[in-house]
Write a protein that binds this ligand. Sequence first.
Ligand code: NAD
Length: 289
Amino acid sequence: MAHIIDGKAISARIREEVKQAVADRSAAGHRAPYLAVVLVGDDPASASYVRGKAKASAEVGIESDTLTYDVSISEEELLDVVHRLNSDDSVDGILVQLPLPDHIDDRKVIDAISPAKDVDCFHPASVGNLVIGLDGFKPATPAGIVELLQRSGVQTSGAHCVIIGRSNIVGKPLANLMLNKGVDATVTVCHSRTKDLPAIARQADILVAAIGRANFVTADMVKPGAVVIDVGINRVEDATRERGYRLVGDVDFEAVAPIASLITPVPGGVGPMTIAVLLQNTLLAASTS
Ligand code: NAD
């Protein structure tokens, strides 16, 4: 039976490290790092993510404000908000919660954020730095996965990492992080057009599922002893739960756990790492401003 990678515990350790670094900065006479979070509209999921980010920031001594705008805000007005935050020296990090309403082009807004304050690591300059292996902000979920692997003692150098999913927020940036010097994996990225995906997945020493389909990865797709990282968050109906559903990953956990050497659960695996990396990025933004 696989050992379970405890994302909650690893995330708590990283948050403790950030808290200590913020306290050290304060002892050296620096002000607290400051994160500006921009929320447009009243989508309950976005509002809940933003509350989580504000709470986690406060817990480590990072100051933050959530600037909330009505769904009717124009693209131009929102770009003005971003420009104002860019030129405000008291703002270290800027995070615009996505998705934005349909009449606003997400890409235009992300591109308007100063790369020096881009704590989500979505700006093309941040992505370029990542691809060529320069220091800088890290993409939250992929960097969280690398932290999980390294802090669990997984040997990444020379390992074959197969990533299922090629999105801009998970699959592609993770492929780059895993390739970079110091991590040194051999990387294969699979997607919806990949031929004979199970055969490729079976070659993985480290298998990462970032698809968005419940129980996509079955036992026959996993090499015995592989490390399995489940990024997926899927709702499946469950009449026994008060809310009528439960969250599951992209991996058939019950079938795969007996074969894998290490596995992340959902929830409690990759999920808690995302905010921890955001806090690391905000600290970095304050340290380099
Ligand atoms: P996405 O929809 O942007 O990308 C999904 C990818 O899966 C695509 O690249 C697609 O090619 C691939 N795919 C779809 N069907 C496939 C198939 N049949 N065979 C092979 N590949 C297939 O999704 P995303 O934003 O990368 O998110 C993926 C999952 O991870 C979702 O469940 C999302 O909720 C979750 N997620 C979790 C976190 C976290 O913090 N834990 C963060 C981001 C995303």
